[in-house]
Structures are given as C-alpha cells and as structure tokens.
Design a binder for this molecule. Structure first.
Ligand code: THU
Length: 140
C-alpha cells in the first residue's frame, strides 16, 4: 500500500475513489446473459481515469470484460502507462480479473495494482505480478 502512494497520479483515498467509480460504471454494463455486471476504473500514470464495463454478446465468445473495455478505451486514446485498476461486481462477491484480462493487462502494465473488494471500506490491493506470476510478454 505504501508503494502505491509513491506512484504518479496517486493521492490519498485513490483506491476508494477508483473502486467507487468502477462500481458506479456497472450501471452501463450490458449483461443480458449472465446478469453479472462488472465495472472497472483504470488510473493512468499521469492521473487520468478511464472506466469500463462488461459487454456481453449473443455469441458468448465475443463478450468483453470490464477490465479490457477500460484498457481499450484508454489505449485507443493514446494512453500507454497505467498505475492501478479497480474492479467491482457489487457487494455480491469480490471479482478478480479473469485469466484473459490478466494477460491483456500484462502487455501494457505488468506492475499495475489491482484493487478489488465488495465495498470501498474493505479493499484488497494486489499487484498484477501476484495475480499472473512470470507472465508472457515479447521483449520490444
Ligand atoms: N467478467 C468481467 O467483466 N471481468 C472479469 O474479469 C471476469 C468476468 C464478466 C464477463 C461476463 O460478462 C460476466 O462477467 C460473467 O462471466
């Protein structure tokens, strides 16, 4: 947690703020098949925040998770440096990023902090390295 506060764009209460934004974004989730709405709030290294939601599809396989939606929005606006991402599925369960999202995030932000929980009052903060040890990435 202390390391987090040294990051650019980080301020007191940032984890809680990101979580609340992720939770609020869930209102826009498109989840006619699972009914499981997920929201994400992605903090860039220079302090901008992009939200995302899961968008399901009749083909199932074309469904995109909230985390990747947030990343794709940010990347397509030119962002490349990321500090943290919060994920909320409401108070039903702590929602950790799926394996595809872990790999997707690893491409851009192997050191990103991942904030999860069922309430802004009791958050867990892990590094992506904890969630995806020894991830794959082509050296550029
Ligand atoms: N989902 C996410 O949005 N993020 C994850 O990391 C896990 C799963 C979504 C996909 C699908 O729309 C719903 O949750 C149920 O799997």
């Amino acid at each position: 947690m202390d390391d987090l506060k040294k990051d650019a764009g980080w301020e007191n209460g940032m984890a809680e703020k990101l979580y609340r934004l992720a939770d609020a974004a869930r209102g826009n989730a498109y989840v006619p098949f699972s009914g499981f709405s997920v929201g994400a709030a992605l903090l860039t290294a220079d302090g901008k925040i992009y939200t995302g939601v899961n968008v399901e599809n009749s083909s199932f396989g074309a469904t995109i998770c909230a985390e990747r939606t947030a990343f794709v929005k940010a990347i397509s606006e030119g962002e490349r440096e990321f500090a943290a991402i919060a994920v909320s599925a409401g108070d039903v369960q702590e929602s950790l990023p799926c394996g595809i999202c872990r790999q997707f995030m690893y491409e851009f932000a192997p050191d990103i902090k991942v904030i999860t929980g069922t309430s802004a009052d009791a958050l867990s903060i892990r590094t992506l390295e904890q969630l995806l040890p020894l991830g794959f990435r082509l050296e550029k």
